[in-house]
Design a protein around this ligand. Sequence first.
Ligand code: C2E
Ligand code: MG
Ligand code: MG
Ligand code: MG
Length: 281
Amino acid sequence: QAKDAGRGTYRVFDGRMAAELAERSLLQGRLQLALRHGGLQLHYQPQLCARSGRVLGVEALARWQDAQLGMVSPARFIPVAERCGLILPLGDWVLNEACRQLRSWLDQGLALRVAVNVSAHQLRLPRFASHLAELLQQWRIPPALLELEITESVAMGDGLQAKALLEEVARLGVQLALDDFGMGHSSLGQLRDLPVHRIKMDRSFVQGACTHARDAVLTRAVIGLTKTLGMRVVGEGVETDAQRRFLQAEGCDELQGWLFAPAVAAAHIPQLLQTLVGAAP
Ligand code: C2E
Ligand code: MG
Ligand code: MG
Ligand code: MG
């Protein structure tokens, strides 16, 4: 009996693994085509000053509309790209496209900070910082207008090496943000020594803060911690007015979330900035 159950379990497990493999290689093939033929786009989501409501910057988020698969979420294709190596050409494209777009906004008189998500594999490329320097020069971007978002686990990952890489980037004048903060295993000692400008509090804290006492306490603690370290803190995933008010009352510096705007195509940004004037206070 037990043996039967065991065998049954195995079969289900194998089936799922096979399905995952098939999905991964399908996504990989389609993504390769998308990269080659321009099937990717960047959308931009505003980040607002929690006090004045002014839009301080936007986060660039990859969007992929595939002819066969339809809209594929980055939560699905980024992990695949990281496993198969496509994250390097993809990350390259994202960085260049964000700089190209920022140049175009600057030419229209729009000085926005643009935040770009960067994977650990990119950061570890030997020439990453010099490549970044070339991009800034090519597109004539004031370095402080570019921000790289790196997840907490990457920044803390292999201690000294990660720190050295981040310092190289920070020396260019590019800003650094720790993404999804609170989900990893940060050591406060390490955090203190990283050249990080902004901490992005994971949306699970923000969204729990108004309903779970424990999340409220954690959110408060993260805001207090960033102040102590002289960093700025961004609340991610703000969906309700109650969440906005909580973060403002606790002294969170910047806000990002669907309450204000989702990520939109670059062409909609100038209009969106008009409608967002004074949205936060
Ligand atoms: P992330 O960097 O933490 O980005 C925030 C995610 O939260 C985005 O999902 C955004 O659309 C979503 N979001 C924003 N406001 C709200 C809200 O109010 N409520 C909820 N529920 N969600 C909100 P998205 O665009 O699906 O991206 C998912 C993740 O994929 C990103 O998380 C990032 O880790 C990764 N990603 C996206 N674009 C890139 C990229 O160009 N390069 C790399 N390496 N990763 C990327
Ligand atoms: Mg991000
Ligand atoms: Mg995030
Ligand atoms: Mg995330």
